[in-house]
Design a protein around this ligand. Structure first.
Ligand code: GAL
Length: 698
């Protein structure tokens, strides 16, 4: 009760200002402008005018050009042809469409890679890629950068003050097609990176634990990029190679932001479209936090390669959780985001490519709206006739004229969103209930990278672990901001913080957590947290001892079971199964035991504990349950007891608030009765939201 009173007092004294959405990206007049990719170079010149007019007539407010068009812009070394782009930009202007221009560095022309094959990446198998694949060169290679610089400078000089051009996207989903580069260039760059990091080979040997199995190096030239064909190689070396790769990718983006920033108008923004980072482990959005005006992102909700197949209807409705996670992650980089590619219908490159449920495309757009996306751009306006993405739907069918089913849903959503009365320049204060449950998700990409190489059990899945917590948060209606340990742990802004499986820590972080909690913050830590130092070495202490004072308990040991065995833990008179990971915990005197083991030789020992510390509290969850329901139940109790007002949504139903509107979307397979308070006006949909449905109220 005392905590609740303090929380309320804090919010009266320091009212939480919601996201303002006041940054005008100049993409259109609607509160969330919607656009579509167009590739003039893939279509007959005499269709350009017709297509852009059609796009505008359908209600789209902007388009996207030049992404993969290097060979059209510079057909020969040093010979440039901008005439076709000039023409398309002015046609867009004629029809009132704004333009996002893209730098085409993802697709170097054949003359360039033939002249400089040393810029091509090499795959882990040793295969050196050739021309005929995109994302095939290393953007941090200075030889490649020389050519990028020449082209991008020319584009910036030509269009950097053109009022039709709203902003720039750098490259496309920056990563290496193949994930890591094993070329000679990369080999040398990795050695240089190590020299800068460690200064001396002795320091490297120490950090890499090289006395183990005689891995010791005499000098940096003996170091080769680790390769997974090397059985039980050095995990510390591997982590450094991944860190180096993340730095190299970030450097490649930075290289282009610098060129653009130096010559384009201040009214044009610069972003890149980060791809689905679950699939691209070395991409770290935070590494470009200072370089970009904002981070945009891409999402294909039905792509079975990338998404967790969650919910019976997932194959038709997609994974709402992953759209949400991706959007909130991208938003966290600069406080706002936009989605640069949203699937317009059926795609062609999943393992199987189901038709979206009628209504699903519209629901995704509304979900983006609820998440606060400042714009939605769909990939792509026309379905391609040739190339690797045949049968990838567009807004129009292959005839170039007939609007596709997904296209019709785009048109519908554009009209609906256009009806909302939103003044983007005005900030509406976030409702109090949302303030009480706003949560920071502590993010450190290196923990993810390290955990993926040192799983400890075949059943461990780092993403599944993150997602089980993220899903709990969304089912309580929490807005989530991803922050880093260098950020301010602001109790007023984030009354809650979760840090799942936060393995590598240092004393500074533990002190920061302790202060956050003492000041009134509520912290959720989970299994594996605090096990290692920043080099990935175990602490020379007992298991996780550096966090014992914080969690008010000691971890005796952890257990893992084979997938064929399931044990149970008890919480609030209910039993939950687990087999991936189970900590066996001994609380200190004042710590509350919330859950105990009911199986094995440690029956009766604690599995989750709650520690009150100063004005706040810590929940330590030591078990990874089979269905995630255990975590869900614990978090609900924790949030409620800590003064949060939470929603009780089933998995796959999301409720978001934006500019005075509540938006509910249902990715589940059952109808759900929404908690619309009496007296609220339903603007779209019904109180009961169907699978694939949308309800908006204010
Ligand atoms: C994206 C990519 C686009 C296009 C699209 C097709 O990942 O950025 O260029 O290939 O997939 O769905």
């Amino acid at each position: 009760m005392k905590h609740l009173f303090l929380l309320v007092l804090l919010f009266i004294l320091f009212p939480f200002k919601g996201q303002s959405f006041s940054q005008d990206l100049n993409l259109g007049k609607f509160s969330m402008p919607i656009g579509a990719y167009y590739y003039p170079e893939q279509w007959d010149e005499n269709q350009w005018d017709r297509d852009l007019k059609h796009m505008s007539d359908l209600g789209f407010e902007f388009t996207h050009f030049a992404e993969f068009a290097w060979s059209r812009l510079e057909p020969k070394d040093g010979n440039f042809d901008f005439s076709w782009l000039d023409k398309n930009i002015s046609l867009a202007g004629k029809y009132g469409l704004k333009v996002v221009l893209c730098t085409p560095s993802a697709t170097p022309p054949a003359w360039l890679t033939s002249k400089h094959p040393e810029i091509l990446i090499k795959l882990e198998s040793g295969f050196k890629v050739k021309h005929g694949m995109r994302l095939n060169c290393n953007g941090s290679n200075p030889i490649y950068q020389k050519y990028i610089n020449r082209l991008v400078t020319k584009m910036a000089e030509r269009y950097g003050n053109n009022p039709i051009v709203a902003g720039w996207q750098i490259d496309n989903e920056p990563h290496f097609e193949g994930l890591y580069d094993y070329s000679d260039f990369s080999q040398n760059a990795f050695r240089k990176w190590l020299k800068t990091k460690y200064q001396s080979i002795e320091k490297l040997n120490q950090s890499w634990g090289a006395s183990f199995w005689s891995f010791t190096y005499n000098n940096f030239n003996q170091i080769f990029i680790p390769n997974k064909n090397e059985h039980a190689g050095n995990q510390h070396a591997l982590l450094d190679f991944k860190r180096y790769t993340a730095d190299a990718l970030a450097e490649a983006v930075r290289f282009q932001t610098t060129i653009l920033r130096n010559s384009v108008s201040k009214d044009q923004w610069v972003t890149t479209n980060f791809a689905y980072y679950k699939f691209l482990p070395s991409v770290d959005l935070f590494r470009n936090q200072k370089d970009l005006d904002f981070a945009s992102h891409t999402m294909y909700l039905l792509s079975t390669f990338l998404n967790t197949d969650k919910g019976e209807m997932a194959y038709r409705l997609g994974s709402g959780m992953e759209l949400s996670f991706s959007g909130e992650m991208a938003r966290s980089i600069k406080g706002f985001t936009g989605i640069m590619e949203l699937q317009p219908g059926q795609i062609n490159w999943g393992q199987w490519n189901s038709q979206p449920l009628p209504g699903a495309v519209r629901m995704w757009i509304w979900h983006c709206f609820g998440l606060g996306e400042k714009f939605v751009c769909t990939y792509r306006f026309r379905q391609p006739l040739f190339g690797g993405e045949q049968f990838h739907k567009g807004i129009v069918e292959p005839d170039g004229l007939t609007v596709s089913p997904g296209g019709k849903e785009f048109v519908q959503a554009i009209a609906e969103i256009g009806k909302l009365k939103i003044d983007n320049s005005q900030t509406i204060e976030t409702p109090h209930e949302i303030q009480t449950r706003t949560t920071a998700f502590l993010w450190k990409q290196e923990n993810l990278l390290a955990l993926e190489d040192t799983k400890g059990t075949n059943s461990w899945n780092t993403w599944a672990h993150y997602y089980s917590y993220y899903q709990c948060l969304k089912s309580m209606g929490c807005p989530v901001t991803f922050i880093q340990e260098t950020d301010n742990f602001d109790v007023q802004k984030y009354p809650f913080m979760v840090a799942p499986a936060y393995e590598m820590v240092d004393k500074k972080l533990i002190d920061k957590w302790t202060k956050y909690v003492a000041d009134g913050g509520h912290l959720v830590l989970t299994t594996r947290t605090g096990m290692k130092d920043k080099n990935g070495h175990l602490w020379e202490t007992l298991l996780q001892q550096p966090i014992w004072d914080l969690i008010g308990a000691k971890i005796d040991f952890f257990d893992q079971l084979p997938p064929t065995k399931t044990s149970t833990v008890e919480f609030a008179d209910k039993k939950y199964g687990w087999n991936v990971w189970g900590d066996v915990i001994t609380p200190t005197q004042h710590t509350e035991v919330w859950s105990t083991h009911t199986d094995n030789f440690y029956t009766g020992k604690a599995a989750a504990v709650n520690h009150k510390l100063g004005k706040g509290s810590v929940l330590y969850v030591g078990v990874v349950s089979t269905e995630g329901e255990f975590e869900n139940a614990l978090l609900r109790k924790f949030y409620l007891q800590s003064g949060a007002q939470i929603l009780h949504l089933p998995d796959y139903v999301f409720v978001e608030w934006r500019n005075g509107y509540w938006v509910a979307v249902n990715y589940g397979s059952k109808q759900f009765e929404l908690p619309v308070p009496n007296g609220k006006e339903i603007v779209f949909g019904d109180k009961s939201v169907m699978p694939g449905g949308v309800t908006v109220w204010k």
